[in-house]
Write a protein that binds this ligand. Sequence first.
Ligand code: C2E
Ligand code: MG
Ligand code: MG
Ligand code: MG
Length: 285
Amino acid sequence: KAAQTIEPTFLFYREDMNRRAKEHLRLESEMRLALGDQELELHYQPKVSLINGQIVGAEALLRWKHPLRGMVSPGVFIPVAEETSLILELGTWVLDEACRQIREWEDRGLRMPVIAVNLSARQFDAHLPARVAAVLERYRVRPDQIMLEITESLLMRGADKVIEIMNELVAMGLSLALDDFGTGYSSLAYLKKFPISTLKIDRAFVIGLPYEENDCAIARAIVTMAQQLRQEIVAEGVETPEQMRFLRSLGCDQLQGYLFSPAVTAVEFEAMLGEGRQLMLEEIM
Ligand code: C2E
Ligand code: MG
Ligand code: MG
Ligand code: MG
């Protein structure tokens, strides 16, 4: 009897799993094609200084222009890619493309701010520094032009090996940012062990500012901690002047968010820099 009641749910579950598995497989094979077919693009989201409103960096964000599905969000395809070695190929493409773009900008005499590239924890192995060095060399890009964004999941692995690789990258001249800070489980004491120069407060804690008491307390604690550790602090997903004002009053260094700009194409980003566009700090204060 028990089996009879369990079975239908079980079947339903199985079908659901099958559908998801198939969808994953399809996405995966389409991504492999996308890599070769120029369906991938990097867009750039400006990071602006909360001291003078100027663009001081940008984060490269992967975009997939699928011929039938339209724009597929990295929130959908990165997690799928992370389940396979595909993330390594995507990661290689992203770093290569960012450096190629920087070289192109430099060749035209443009002065570009630091470009941040997201790294999956799976890309973090002993060969990473050599791979990064090779790409930098190929495009003659200075290491201080690149920042690598990593997540807390990598720190949680906590192995000395991870710290060693990070130290190697930093010794080469790259900088490291801790992305989505606050969503993982790293503690203050823990953070100190890693050569991370920038903390990015996750959007989850920015959303409620300045009205949600808990979010305010968390944001305040993160900024204070970062200052103690002498790390730069960037707030992600800032959409309103009120959020900006609050973060600025805390002493947060930079913001990244729709309030200033979403991620835009390389051409649009270049135009923004050329126009000297900046965040109107006073006007909206
Ligand atoms: P992330 O690294 O935390 O990037 C920030 C995400 O927040 C981006 O989403 C960005 O478009 C979005 N965002 C920025 N400002 C605002 C805002 O004011 N409001 C809202 N609602 N959203 C905002 P996106 O581009 O969809 O990327 C999602 C995630 O996918 C990224 O989160 C990152 O974890 C991952 N990702 C993107 N590109 C790459 C990549 O090249 N490699 C790897 N490994 N992961 C990537
Ligand atoms: Mg990021
Ligand atoms: Mg982030
Ligand atoms: Mg985030």
